[in-house]
Design a binder for this molecule. Structure first.
Ligand SMILES: [Zn+2]
Ligand SMILES: [Zn+2]
Length: 174
């Protein structure tokens, strides 16, 4: 049965898995790194996942404080995927319908939620990151700033959010 979620939530395609999100994201970004693209294509191919990788190779995310995220429904559906067994980054997919839900860099205080999954008004991406990894031949428009790697501005926003959290590192578990 589909879960009746509040206006601000990440919800899987079939509606059985939902993650409540409180407040606005720290930042909304498009990531062009190789890992995001590789994982996104593998999910599409292996799990029949909804498409997350744009034609230009980018994946849209909204970054939320971990203390503002709560697995509201369908926790038993969530599955971890890692590109390498010892990677600190896991991508978590709702097994009910193969929807990629979020990316968790374990030591980080933020959760990287797939923007496509947001049920409410999702903030437009404000920056492109890791563009040095973008597919060959892709020309990016200058509509929003683009950075080859992780830009200092994003690091600063993450640090600022962490200070507001009292420098705690909540774990996302279920
Ligand atoms: Zn589902
Ligand atoms: Zn990435």
């Amino acid at each position: 049965m589909a879960y009746a979620h509040p206006s601000n939530a990440a919800v899987c395609r079939c509606g059985q898995t939902a993650i409540d999100l409180a407040g606005a994201p720290i930042q909304s970004v498009t990531c062009y790194c190789e890992s995001c693209r590789t994982a996104g294509h593998a999910f599409e191919h292996d799990l029949g996942a909804p498409r997350t990788v744009h034609a230009d190779g980018g994946v849209d995310y909204c970054l939320y404080r971990k203390d503002r995220v709560r697995i509201a429904h369908g926790a038993q559906n969530l599955r971890d995927y890692r590109l390498k067994p010892d990677s600190p980054t896991r991508r978590v997919v709702a097994g009910c319908c193969g929807s990629p839900m979020f990316l968790d860099f374990a030591p980080g205080h933020w959760l990287t939620v797939f923007r496509d999954r947001l049920s409410g008004p999702a903030p437009e991406p404000r920056m492109r990151i890791m563009t040095k990894d973008r597919p060959e031949g892709v020309a990016l428009s200058y509509a929003i700033p683009a950075y080859g790697a992780q830009p200092p501005g994003l690091m600063f926003k993450l640090l600022w959010a962490w200070a507001a959290m009292g420098f705690r590192r909540p774990k996302i578990a279920w």
